[in-house]
Design a protein around this ligand. Structure first.
Ligand code: PGA
Length: 247
């Protein structure tokens, strides 16, 4: 099965012209491109195969919320997916209670949330069981707004397991092993069956690049990858897409 490759451009690139060029070069089936808000309309105009995503969404449609962009507004701009709970937003102070509201808000507007969970280095240093407990707490809190009785359809929610210490190719980090990452994906899947009677679709994120993509994507536990830094380099990103397509 072709894997889903999500491009998280974060706060890149600098201009609309560069964003359009990057979108054209990355346009492929099973790809989701998440540009910064101002570039969404221009990217929407050039994408023929890839789906459009956003990197955040305030719950609801309209309201007195200066500086926020709503799930409804994004939907109207052609967005289908939204990254929520990314560790870089959590580092800016976003809490599980807000993330839970964003998840239910995005779902209500018909967007597919890509919920990011993952433990920081200090937790992982205490061992894998501690990391599982951390991820479990995040997941249960972030999904608390979704009723357990209304079965979550796997295709309506993606969960990205992103160990915080493995994120960002620019940092001198220790790589996560595909084995441990897959163990965490199995744990997430089992948890969702119990908590929400749902099959979970799990992606891996954390410095996925042309070299290591195949080792993560080959694991059946992962339905795809969330790619940051490597998605800004078209040649590199094409290799990641290819690694996901040939499985
Ligand atoms: P990275 O980013 O691939 O640069 O580590 C992934 C992410 O933060 O979503």
């Amino acid at each position: 099965m072709k894997k889903i490759i999500v491009a998280n451009w974060k706060m890149h690139p600098r201009t609309e012209k560069e964003a359009v060029a990057l979108a054209r070069a990355s346009d492929a089936t099973s790809v989701v491109i998440c540009p910064p808000f101002p570039f969404i309309p221009a990217v929407a105009r050039v994408l023929k195969r890839a789906a459009l995503g956003a990197q955040n969404a305030f719950p609801g449609t309209t309201g007195a919320k200066t500086g926020e962009v709503s799930a409804g507004e994004l939907k109207s701009a052609g967005v289908r997916y939204v990254i929520l709970g990314h560790s870089e937003r959590r580092a800016e102070g976003e809490r599980d209670a807000q993330i839970a509201k964003k998840i239910t808000g995005a779902t209500a507007e018909g967007l597919i949330p890509i919920l990011c969970v993952g433990e920081p280095a200090s937790v992982r240093a205490k061992g894998f069981t501690a990391a599982q407990a951390y991820v479990k707490k995040q997941l249960l809190a972030d999904l608390s707004g979704l009723a357990q009785s209304s079965k979550l359809k796997a295709q309506n929610l993606l969960i990205a397991y992103e160990p915080v210490w493995a994120i960002s190719t620019t940092k001198n980090h220790k790589d996560e092993t595909p084995e441990d990452a897959a163990r965490m994906a199995q744990f997430i899947k089992k948890l969702l069956v119990v908590s929400h009677k749902s099959k979970a679709t799990v992606l891996y994120g954390g410095s996925v690049n042309a070299k290591n993509a195949a080792s993560f994507l080959a694991r059946p536990e992962f339905s795809g990858a969330l790619v940051g830094g490597a998605s800004l380099n078209p040649a590199e990103f094409k290799k990641v897409i290819k690694a996901g397509a040939s499985l």
